[in-house]
Design a binder for this molecule. Structure first.
Ligand code: ADP
Ligand code: MG
Length: 456
């Protein structure tokens, strides 16, 4: 194919994508100008390395699929950073890089650990009231693996920094010693285990996981109901524990609230130290935003940091997403971020429309499921303690996250009176004051409800 054919194909690809994407998304992420092509690749321009990483992560596969659907052959699409105001002037040849024989950095560094994100370090982890205890524990373990607390289990809702903290331990140990570190999600651990069984490679599997210095297993809630994998992990645990090797787990809720986990594995999870991560307060949110801005080598006015810090309180992932959206926007437009731009661009993010159309039924179903009750029992008349508490909790959460009145809520809970709803909310409030785990139970449930509601 001639060079100009590729250029035409690229234009067509963009047209195709434009039809599939929302206008704003397209404007933001598909401002990708054709630069040049070779036999099996098309190279397009992006305004910064930040933008390149984002596009690669979000869209590379999608874009390549689209190109293939037009050209009928697999082509890779690659992104080259060309600062925005010079795109049109850069002659293709000038943008060409020397081949692979180019220079290497002089000092040979230890190769990066291939399972760990190198940005997830203690240096990049902002400490606040919400994570103070957890991060101290993590640092103690990183300095003294296998002897401080074993295992360490970090729990908390989505986007609160569990993976980051866990990998910070891994990065620290990997960088400062010759120890063998393995990081794996519980999901991958499960599929590797199943694969091992099928292909008769259990010996290799066992060898891999029982001869490490530090084993990091992320998101163990995934193991609920996976009995064989639990059994295997139990033995892995014992082997490592007896050999004084460090084990770290993360979980999206307290271990006591995991269902369908064998008692003996649960007791292993609870054996060492269990620490929780809470959502950050306003000051910590601003500190995190400043840190992220610094890492990306950009400047953002304090009033914008303040705006985002005030309005995005759910978790740190959302906080970062808001920031990324702003940076992408201004890099494209080529102007600095102002308060006005931030307000306009983040209006949707702040509005968080999901919450308003939350149905009471969704709340009831999720809560019932969480406590292994039937939906009808939760709404019904039975007054046994194992039902009364979840029912009160469901009423409390419904009162917190919906706009329904107590009368309407009473109606939806089997035609009860509004005073019953008020009484239930009081009961839960009392319990929050007396039982330190109630807060995280409520947070977990609220998150599950929102996830469920977003899907349905
Ligand atoms: P989780 O595993 O709990 O869902 P992650 O560890 O993936 O959350 O964190 C989500 C994002 O927020 C990551 O990009 C992470 O770097 C960032 N993050 C979380 N906590 C902090 C913190 N205390 N300081 C800086 N960044 C943080
Ligand atoms: Mg995680």
């Amino acid at each position: 194919m001639a060079e100009w054919d590729y250029e035409i194909f690229w234009k067509e690809t963009l047209n195709l994508i434009r039809k599939e994407k929302e206008e704003q998304e397209f404007a933001m992420w598909f401002n990708l100008e054709y630069l040049r092509s070779a036999e099996n690749e098309i190279v397009v321009a992006v305004p910064s390395s930040f933008y390149r990483d984002q596009v690669k992560q979000r869209y590379q596969n999608y874009i390549e699929d689209k190109v293939q659907s037009l050209t009928g052959k697999p082509l890779s699409v690659n992104f080259e950073v060309v600062p925005r105001n010079s795109v049109n002037e850069a002659p293709p040849a000038a943008a060409e890089k020397p081949g692979n024989g180019g220079s290497r950095p002089a000092a040979e560094k230890k190769p990066a650990h291939d399972q760990l994100n190198k940005d997830y370090t203690f240096e990049q982890y902002v400490i606040g009231d919400n994570n103070n205890f957890a991060s101290n524990a993590a640092q103690a373990i990183a300095r003294n693996p296998g002897s401080a607390y074993n295992p360490l289990l970090i729990y908390g809702g989505v986007g609160l920094g569990k993976t980051h903290l866990m990998q910070a331990i891994g990065n620290y140990v990997y960088d400062n010693s010759g120890s063998k570190v393995i990081y794996i999600t519980a999901e991958s651990f499960t599929s590797e285990f199943i694969q091992g069984l099928k292909e008769d490679k259990m010996a290799a599997f066992k060898k891999k996981y029982r001869y490490v210095d530090i084993l990091l297993i992320d998101d163990i809630h995934f193991l609920e109901n996976k009995w064989e994998t639990q059994e295997e992990l139990f033995h892995t645990f014992n082997a490592l524990y007896d050999a004084k090797k460090q084990i770290v787990f993360t979980c999206d809720r307290p271990v006591s609230e995991l269902k369908k986990i064998s008692d003996r594995l649960r007791s292993r999870f609870e054996r060492g130290l269990n620490v929780d991560l809470q959502p950050p307060n306003y000051e910590t949110r601003c500190a995190i935003l400043k840190k992220k801005v610094e890492e990306k080598h950009i400047t953002i006015p304090d009033e914008v940091i303040d705006l985002v810090g005030k309005n995005v309180s759910s978790n740190i992932r959302d906080l970062e997403a808001a920031l990324i959206k702003l940076i992408a926007y201004t890099e494209l437009i080529g102007t600095p971020i102002t308060l006005k731009i931030a307000q306009d661009q983040l209006r949707d993010v702040f509005a968080s429309p999901k919450q308003t159309n939350m149905s009471i039924e969704t709340i009831q179903r999720v809560v019932a499921d969480y406590f292994s009750l039937s939906y009808n029992d939760l709404k019904g008349k039975k007054r046994t303690q194992n039902i009364v508490f979840p029912r009160q909790l469901a009423m409390y959460i419904a009162r917190e996250i919906t706009e329904y009145s107590t009368t309407e809520l009473g109606q939806s809970f089997g035609g009860r009176d509004h005073t019953t709803v008020m009484h239930s909310c009081q009961k839960i409030e009392e319990r929050i004051r007396s039982d330190p785990t109630m807060d995280s139970t409520i947070q977990n449930l609220t998150r599950l409800i929102k996830e469920y509601s977003a899907k349905s």
